[in-house]
Ligand binder design. Structure first.
Ligand code: HEM
Length: 479
């Protein structure tokens, strides 16, 4: 009998059977026809499962409700138009600003126009790919610390891996920004406050940002505002301390120092402490939520595909010298990088990007009114049936094929594209592949019995009930 179970069965197949591969978790789609009320409520709960399956084949979809009109763009030319060719005509929506302002103030993630341009001019130099070498030791130290934290958990009992990946991702950001580990008193207070903030909300999701009527369920605004105030207070404390260190000439050379001492090349101004606190808020949030989600899904995929896990672990064993930090390690972790890229194709941490049409447009022979919501959905684009071969399958070798490279050129945008592309993309790729390799060098991961994670869109794509795995040490002696 040929089997196609939820585990890799290659070696168990009788000869002559086609090799069966598991299919990575994908949310069930809603029925094609549902009532408006049912659609809105599903939309609020989780925007991924609220969509019909045809969006994986369509080039564009229009949603008209009494409250908003939105266009989901899957046509690579349209995506290019919105993100790269004319980003000024498709600014971030005012709803995004309204929803995130209590936590993020005037941070670069939600501003538009001249204010955003100035912020980008000051921030970009700190993240240039040539500067990744300088933050690499911070990533390395955080990865080593994560391996240590996982040790007492690696006894074969199921654990939710997401809190662990959140912990290490936030650790990386604190070390890179402020030269402090997440265990530092203020840093760990921020970590706790972020958790309380998410629990009070429970996290903004893309659906909650569309202009829906007031009776559709919302987060508890008062509690959320209170936790946002706590986080902002703590961040402001870190920024003020750093300013004092800069004034006294004793500040370490890290990302915070670089950004706070960079002047806008156009008008010579630097960030005020208040402005810097806004940016730190988004570095902490965008930098850790996204990397944590990608890393958790990567470990899930490694558990689902033990053959790939073995290859990444072997590469890590060969390349990583635990006693020495070599930046060249990053470029040698090729399999880990291919796996991390494929993970972000299947589970793009930011599943949809929301824009607003600043003026009337015409998309694929349809009128797009001014003010319409424009949705670019990496979630659908990355699994588009007319663009990708085996769109729902896990295949890290696709990046080396001409066909895969062409699909990727047209439809792979986990970090967005154009003027508002993620400034942290090189940082995140280096961090992701390194931590994945470090963890797999030390631990074997397996699926927790009876658990299949369900991807849902919160602020990032997460497992609805977590992502449950078991860990066991790869070898008994610790290097
Ligand atoms: C796997 C990790 C990451 C992913 C997938 C990711 C993805 C993204 C995406 C898709 C956007 C644009 C969203 C939109 O246009 O609506 C974005 C923006 C941004 N990201 Fe990342 N990001 C990651 C890590 C980081 C890191 C590590 C940092 C910094 C430490 C960072 C900082 C930012 C900032 C500041 C923006 C706003 C840029 C702007 O609007 O001009 N991200 N990120």
């Amino acid at each position: 009998m040929c089997v196609n179970a939820g585990k890799d069965k290659e070696s168990a197949q009788p000869p002559g059977c086609p090799v069966s591969r598991p299919v990575p978790a994908k949310p069930a789609q809603r029925p094609e026809r549902v009532s408006l009320l049912s659609y809105l409520l599903r939309f609020r709960r989780d925007i991924l499962s609220a969509q019909p399956a045809r969006l994986y084949r369509a080039w564009m979809a229009e949603f008209r409700t009494p409250f908003f009109t939105s266009f989901l763009c899957n046509d690579p030319d349209l995506v290019n138009l919105v993100l790269t060719e004319r980003p000024g005509d498709f600014p971030k929506s005012g709803r995004l600003f309204e929803a995130l302002q209590p936590l993020l103030g005037h941070s670069i993630f939600i501003t538009n126009g001249k204010e955003w341009e100035r912020q980008r001019r000051i921030i970009d130099p700190a993240f240039e790919s040539g500067r990744i070498r300088e933050v690499f030791p911070a990533m390395w130290d955080a990865a080593v610390a994560a391996v240590g934290r996982l040790e007492p958990l690696a006894d074969g009992r199921p654990i939710d891996i997401e809190p662990q990946t959140s912990h290490v991702a936030l650790d990386v950001i604190f070390r890179a920004l402020f030269s402090i580990p997440v265990e530092d008193r203020t840093a760990s207070a921020v970590f706790d406050a972020f958790r309380a903030h998410q629990a009070s909300r429970p996290m903004i999701n893309t659906g909650s940002l569309l202009p829906l009527p007031r009776w559709v369920p919302r987060w508890r605004a008062r509690k959320t505002k209170a936790t946002a105030r706590i986080i902002r207070g703590l961040i402001r404390q870190l920024v003020d301390e750093r300013q004092a260190d800069l004034d006294a000439g004793r500040a370490p050379d890290d990302l915070a120092t670089r950004i706070m001492t960079t002047a806008d090349p156009q008008d010579g101004s630097t960030f005020s402490p208040e402005e810097m606190a806004d940016q730190v808020g988004i570095f902490l949030l965008a930098g850790h939520e996204t990397s944590a989600a990608a890393l958790a899904w990567a470990l899930y995929l490694m558990a689902l595909f033990p053959d790939w896990q073995a290859r990444v672990a072997q590469e890590a064993e060969a390349v990583i010298d635990p006693g020495r930090i070599y930046f060249s390690t990053a470029s040698k972790l090729k399999l880990a990088r291919a796996v991390f890229r494929e993970t972000m194709r299947l589970y793009p941490p930011v599943p949809m990007y929301l824009r607003e049409a600043a003026r009337a447009e015409r998309f694929r022979a349809r009128d797009v009114p001014r003010g319409a919501q424009i949705i670019v959905s990496p979630w659908h684009l990355h699994r588009h049936e007319r663009i990708w071969r085996d769109p729902d399958g896990f295949d890290p070798t696709r990046w080396d094929t001409p066909e895969g490279r062409e699909s990727s050129r047209r439809a792979y945008i986990p970090f967005s594209a154009g003027a508002r592309v993620c400034p942290g993309s090189a940082f995140a790729m280096t961090e992701g592949q390194l931590i994945l390799a470090m963890i797999l060098r030390h631990y074997r991961v397996a699926l927790a019995p009876g658990h299949t994670p369900v991807p849902v869109a919160q602020l990032t794509v997460r497992g609805r009930d977590g992502i449950r795995l078991t860990l066991t040490p790869r070898k008994t002696e610790t290097p």
